[in-house]
Structure formats: C-alpha cells, structure tokens
Design a protein around this ligand. Structure first.
Ligand code: GTQ
Length: 365
C-alpha cells in the first residue's frame, strides 16, 4: 500500500470529530457588556470555550524534519562565530514551524543541536529542567554529572537529571554534535525554573569514569542503596548495548505492527522511565517494514541513528535518513516506512501524561 494515498474519509478522520458548536448570540447589549469586563480582569467563557476544550487535541505543533546534511554546515558555522564558553551552550534550537520564536519542538518539549569543538569546555551549571543528550556525530567528548564524567559515542543516550551540576568538554580531535532534549516549556508552564552557575568552569571530579554504569547498569544494586531518585542513576546508556539488545530480540521476537521492535530506556532501580518527565525509546524497523497507523497524545521527537525511510504524519510526508531529526505532533496519525534497516531514537512527555491519567493511544483506524 502507498502510505501517502489517503481517501477523503481518512483525511476527515485525521482531523477528528467536528468541533463542538456553541451558538453565541451577538446582541448590542452583550457587545457593550464585553467592553466592561477587561477593567475587572474578567472575560466571558462562552466565546472561547470551544477553542479551550477541543474534542481531540488540535495541536499548533506541525510535523517537521531537520535534515542533518542541510543543517550541519550552519551548525559548524556557529562554531566559527562563537565559542562554547562565550555561548555557555552553543546550541541551535530546533523550532517547530508551528511554534516559531517559542524555543520549542512540541508544546511541552525543547530540542536543540549542541556543538562542542575539540578542546572546548561548556561551563558547569545546574537547572531544574531535566536534559537528555542523544549523540548524533563524533566520539570522545564528555559530559560530567555531579562529579562523574562519561565519554560519549554516537547513539549513546545520556541523562542530566534535574538540579545536577553538569559541564561538557571535548578532549577528542573532532567536533561533536548531539541532540539536546529538555522539558523547558513544561517547566515554564508551571513556573518551576531555577538555575545556578558553578563558580568554576568545571565541577570537581569525585568518581572515576564509568562508575555509574558498572554500579547500577549491571543488573546489580549495592546493598543499602536507598536513594530512590526520580531519575535513573545510570546516566549513559551506550548505543553498543542498546543495539545489541534490539539485534538479539530480532532473532526471536514478533514485530509490533505499529512500532517494529521498540524498547524503553528504564531506571534500573524502579523500572519506571529513565527520566521523570521524558520517555526515551530506541526502535528497530527492518528494511521494507511499513508500520500500521498509529496515534498517541504524546508528541514525539525522533532521531535517526541508522538507516533511512519516510513517515506519513497526517497528510505530510517526511523523508529521513541517518542523523536527521523529525517530530510527530500529538494525535496526528503516523506511519513509518523503512527503506533500510533503521534504528530510531525517540523522546516524548509520555511519563507526565501517564502520571496525570491523560495519555491515550489509538492503533489502526
Ligand atoms: O547542556 O546544559 O540545549 O542548559 C539548553 C540548555 C543545553 C545544557 C541546552 C542547557 C543545555
């Protein structure tokens, strides 16, 4: 089936049921009444109710793709114009075309591509926003979190938990670029932002590199461990392990019709999502696989780790290949098609929605 061939009935379904209609009278008395309300900090509900409470999500977020080939020269150009130290973080924000100027890729999430050149340091700071890094290009740069460094490779998923000191540095001889995912708009919407700079550029190292992964990522937990944090104590999930897990599943497991083979990054202490506000996944779509129609309330950002293909997102076709980033808005129907074996990393605000009892999905029509 051609995933782009949609009949008009399907197109109507994509938009969801008709909006609730409220017949608001438009009398001169009402008009005059409205003019007196703003002075009292009042407003009528009945003129806005149907846009406030919609029958289905009507996201301003649009389907979009950032082709790495196209934007890499611009990222590198930023490296000639400003240092990581001057910028604090040298990042080009991936702005959703439906939300221009709002520094967000979905209503609740921020994404950006961060560049760190050889010998550079991005100085230590901490904030209440949680951050994830997904390494897109390069190897050998590090992120340090509360006194422990992790050296990063392509495809690694690295966490900076809320309110932890972190600095980045590149001790390799090649540029490194990673996708930053932060819950900035979510934290802004509830006004819970705090930020501090560390007095020195680098936070002192207190544990050897690789400590957390060995200690907490080996199916073991030290006896007496009782720090039940909301974020996983493992802060680098190496791609070599993730890919191996999917490749082994491939030998025996059935493909999910909507997701192929899809695994969730988890906090090994609690079994919950690795991060409290963002779900993270890696999925494998084998060459030639076409997923069934799917929609969910968590708008999702994808980063193509390996492979190529295309996705139909509502009526938009997005072509993607290695290192591209694309976004699927809330409740817009998606189908993926892989032209090569493809490994897709993704993140969304699903943990928040689940905890609030709001998350929904629809498989098929
Ligand atoms: O690396 O700490 O893309 O603080 C935005 C804000 C990255 C970071 C971003 C940040 C960071």
């Amino acid at each position: 089936m051609d995933i782009l061939a949609l009949n008009s009935q399907q197109q109507r379904n994509n938009r969801g049921p008709a909006c609730m209609t409220i017949n608001v009278p438009d009398t001169p008395e009402l008009k005059e009444f409205y003019t007196r309300l703003p002075a009292q900090n009042l407003a009528p509900l009945w003129t806005v109710l149907s846009s406030l409470i919609t029958p289905t999500p009507q996201s301003r977020c649009l389907p979009a793709v950032w082709h790495y080939k196209q934007i890499r020269p611009i990222i590198m150009e930023s490296g000639e114009l400003i240092t990581a130290m001057q910028a604090e973080r040298r990042v080009l924000i991936l702005e959703n075309p439906g939300l221009p100027g709002e520094s967000r890729i979905t209503e609740s999430l921020y994404a950006g591509l961060q560049l760190i050149l050889p010998e550079e340091i991005a100085p230590a700071h901490r904030h209440t926003q949680s951050a994830l890094r997904f390494i897109v290009e390069g190897s050998g740069a590090y992120t340090a979190v509360d006194g422990e460094k992790t050296i990063m490779e392509e495809g690694d998923f690295v966490i900076t938990p809320s309110w932890t000191w972190h600095d980045h540095g590149n001790e390799s001889n090649l540029p490194m670029v990673w996708l930053d995912g932060l819950d900035i708009p979510l934290v802004k919407s509830i006004d819970a932002s705090f930020f501090e700079k560390y007095p020195d550029d680098v936070f002192p190292q207190t544990r050897p590199e690789g400590d957390a992964l060995a200690r907490y990522g080996s199916g073991l937990l030290p006896e007496g461990y009782d720090e039940i944090s909301k974020t996983s104590p493992v802060f680098n999930y190496p791609y070599s392990r993730t890919r191996d897990a999917l490749d082994r599943m491939r030998i025996t497991d059935k493909w999910d019709s909507c997701h192929g083979l899809k695994s969730r990054y988890v906090n090994p202490v609690t079994g919950d999502y690795a991060m409290p506000t963002m779900a993270t996944n890696m999925q494998l779509l084998p060459k030639g696989f076409e997923t069934e129609k799917y929609r969910s309330t968590d708008a999702t950002v994808f980063s193509v780790t390996e492979g190529s293909g295309c996705s139909r997102v509502g009526e938009t076709k997005l072509k993607w290949s290695r290192r591209d980033t694309f976004v699927v808005p809330s409740w817009v129907e998606v189908q993926h098609f892989a032209t090569e074996d493809s490994y897709l990393f993704s993140f969304s605000d699903r943990p928040v929605q689940e905890k609030l009892g709001l998350w929904r999905e629809l498989r098929g029509d």
